[in-house]
Write a protein that binds this ligand. Structure first.
Ligand SMILES: *Cc1c(COP(=O)(O)O)cnc(C)c1O
Length: 381
């Protein structure tokens, strides 16, 4: 089955009792047993819930994996992955990581004796320099936030295999429509389902997809033992959101291309970060592992003044200033004062994250209206 068909049908069967075409919201915490241990596969909703099962199977199919495992947030999913490891184990990760992941690694799991290394992943030598007998996992995010760097998944899989490490990829920015990391040799794919998969800014959820049965059973054990599971109503909403994932991603990518080109030619804009540009330093890698380039764009302003960035964001009518991304509506964010405020200014600026950098999550509205909104806001500076 191709992607759009899977998005609509995978994991979803007409309801056995009524024929309802949509998976019902099984709003129940428990399930009646005929006799102790004699049940229909469902005992308690932290462990299993039919609405969640449908979603997990759907997500597994979209990522070309065997097992989908859902969590109550993206961070809940990452938390479960790190719980595979023991004190003394080491994990290597990217140096421009999602802020919440960085916080979870350094502020929570370092206290439990797990050691993290943050390196640039453009060069596998930097990774190999950090690998030792305690290294257990490489954690990758691509495209990165907000600089839109692309990390070569095949190269990461080669390093991981050579050293017997688990390769985990946060695929939130790309969504399964644009990129399927398992196909390039990753062992674990992680999603903040909150973003493109949910797609309508109405749910917070996370997910993992894996192929390996043993790895899946360890993660399912953690899912149940630690209990960060989503409720059935949220699973229903995400199943519904996913039915249009392919349509939304096509339009996000089309609009992304239009807006990126518009910004690149705008006299007040200094630099535009978008992997679809031929002069993006990782464009060839992006082309080799992504189906299209998506609607996440960052740009900076000439003169690099914080006040100018504020003026632009205050004057948007359509681009709402808000955390998050991946919804049908366009959003903008200011990483230097929002998601990346806890990183010292000098550190931020080393990777290009300057005060005038604005990040856009280009929605699926009409591109002409989005261009007009940007033109009006930019005309105020
Ligand atoms: C939002 C996000 C997360 C965290 O997910 P939540 O659902 O907010 O817990 C992790 N990684 C990336 C890339 C994100 O954008």
């Amino acid at each position: 089955m191709k992607f759009g068909t899977k998005a609509i049908h995978a994991g979803v069967e007409p309801d056995a009792t009524t024929g309802a075409i949509m998976t019902p919201i099984y709003q129940t915490s428990t399930y009646v047993q005929r006799s102790p241990g004699d049940h229909k596969g469902y005992e308690y909703s932290r462990t299993h819930n039919p609405t969640r099962t449908a979603l997990q199977q759907n997500l597994a199919a979209l990522e070309n994996g065997k097992h989908g495992i859902c969590f109550s947030s993206g961070l809940g999913a990452i938390d479960a992955v790190v719980k595979l490891f023991n004190p003394g184990d080491e994990i290597i990760s990217t140096n421009d990581l999602y802020g919440g992941t960085y916080r979870l690694f350094t502020k929570v799991f370092e206290r439990y004796g797990i050691k993290f290394h943050f390196v640039s992943m453009n060069d596998t030598k930097e990774i190999e320099a950090k690998i030792n007998a305690n290294t257990k996992m490489i954690w990758v995010e691509t495209p990165t936030n907000p600089m839109m760097n692309i990390i070569d998944l095949k190269a990461m899989a080669e390093v991981s295999k050579a050293h017997n490490l688990i390769l985990a990829v946060d695929n939130t920015f790309a969504s399964p429509y644009l990129q399927n990391p398992l196909d390039f040799g990753a062992d674990i794919v992680m999603h903040s389902v909150t973003k493109y998969l949910g797609g309508h800014s109405d749910v917070v959820m996370g997910a993992l997809v894996v192929n390996d049965d043993e790895l899946a059973s360890q993660l399912v054990f953690i899912q149940n033992a630690c209990g960060a599971t989503p409720g059935p109503q949220d699973c229903f909403l995400v199943l519904r959101g996913i039915k249009t994932l392919h349509l939304r991603m096509e339009r996000h990518s089309q609009n992304g291309k239009t807006i990126a080109a518009f910004l690149k030619n705008h006299p007040k804009v200094e630099k535009v970060y978008w992997p679809g540009f031929e002069d993006h330093p990782n464009h060839e890698v992006a082309k080799s592992q992504m189906r299209d380039f998506g609607g996440m764009i960052s740009f900076t302003l000439k003169g690099n003044r914080l006040e100018d960035a504020k003026t632009v964001m205050e004057n948007f009518e359509l681009f709402a200033l808000a955390e998050s991304l991946g919804g049908v509506e366009s959003l903008c964010g200011h990483p230097a004062s929002m998601t990346h405020a806890s990183i010292p200014k000098a550190e931020r600026e080393k990777v290009g994250l300057v005060d005038s950098l604005i990040r856009l999550s280009v929605g699926v509205e009409d591109a002409d209206d989005l261009k007009n909104d940007l033109a009006t806001a930019l005309s105020k500076i």
